[in-house]
Design a protein around this ligand. Structure first.
Ligand code: ADP
Ligand code: ADP
Length: 243
């Protein structure tokens, strides 16, 4: 599987106000890595740097897999767009296109939110459609292809969010507070689905989560953040109770 090697990562949105400070981190493990820590501590900024929704101020983010090696912190233009396709992202608010069907959301993918209209002009390969149906089975939504996103429950929407991320055939799966809009029972189902899919595709899964109990229960590795730095990195069992 892919490995992620982060070194000296820093981010400031405003000059002299660091939000991430010299983060170094290696992720080569399969299984779920949970990033925990108080609100405002930089968890979301970290994931957004990895997915390059924002540009880091300094540091390297090396994504390596078989023959390929890329520094996500430094790529630009077409290479950046290509690199981002290697990273699947799942969001707290699902980020589906509400008026499109489940199948349309999967097929238009990230294009959907940029311009669903333009996406219609794209032709889809039969293989893409077949793969989308397979993924719907995988996430427990067979039979939902023609439902509109706005007719689904939160848990079902998040399942679509996960299937959409998997459509990219990603080398890494990121999830930013994927359960924060869901009830406890559904949260557990979504955590289990993320672990299951990470294992099935042999890809690392990194999840930001403010619920420490949920993190301890499902993660094989916990990264604790505070004030833009990593203050804990290890198994859940050794995490002190005050985190
Ligand atoms: P967390 O995910 O741990 O809650 P965030 O990464 O969202 O933390 O935020 C860390 C800090 O960065 C906060 O002080 C937040 O206000 C600030 N921040 C986040 N996004 C932006 C932005 N786009 N512009 C300016 N400041 C931001
Ligand atoms: P491309 O140029 O390949 O279409 P995009 O800029 O559309 O790439 O998306 C690249 C990355 O941004 C993907 O990893 C995707 O998961 C993520 N992304 C950002 N915002 C969204 C969103 N609202 N919905 C879905 N994916 C998003």
């Amino acid at each position: 599987g892919a490995t992620l090697h982060i070194a000296g990562l820093a981010k400031e949105y405003k000059a002299n106000t660091p939000v991430l400070k010299d983060i170094s981190l290696d992720i080569s493990n399969e299984g779920l890595t949970a990033v925990i820590g108080p609100s405002g501590t930089g968890k979301s900024t970290l994931l957004r740097c990895i997915n390059r929704l924002i540009e880091p101020t300094a540091g390297a983010i090396i994504l390596q897999d078989d023959g390929t090696r890329i520094d996500l912190a430094k790529v630009r233009g077409a290479a950046l767009r290509q690199a981002r396709r290697r990273i699947g992202m799942v969001f707290q608010e699902y980020n589906l296109v509400e008026r499109l069907t489940v199948m349309e959301n999967l097929l238009t993918g990230r294009l959907g939110y940029v311009s669903a209209f333009n996406a219609w002009r794209r032709r889809f390969e039969a293989a893409d459609i077949e793969y989308a149906f397979d993924l719907l089975d995988t996430v427990g939504l067979s039979g939902f292809a023609n439902q509109r996103a706005d007719a689904l429950s939160g848990g079902q929407r998040q399942r679509v969010g996960i299937a959409r991320a998997l459509m990219q055939r990603p080398q890494l799966l990121l999830a930013d507070e994927p359960t924060s809009s869901l009830d406890p029972k559904t949260s557990v189902e979504i955590m289990e689905l993320l672990i299951e899919q990470g294992d099935a595709f042999h890809i690392p899964v990194i999840v930001n989560i403010h619920d420490v109990e949920l993190a301890k229960r499902y993660a094989s590795r916990i990264i604790g953040m505070s004030g833009g730095t990593i203050v804990y990195d290890g198994p859940p069992a050794e995490l002190s109770n005050d985190m």
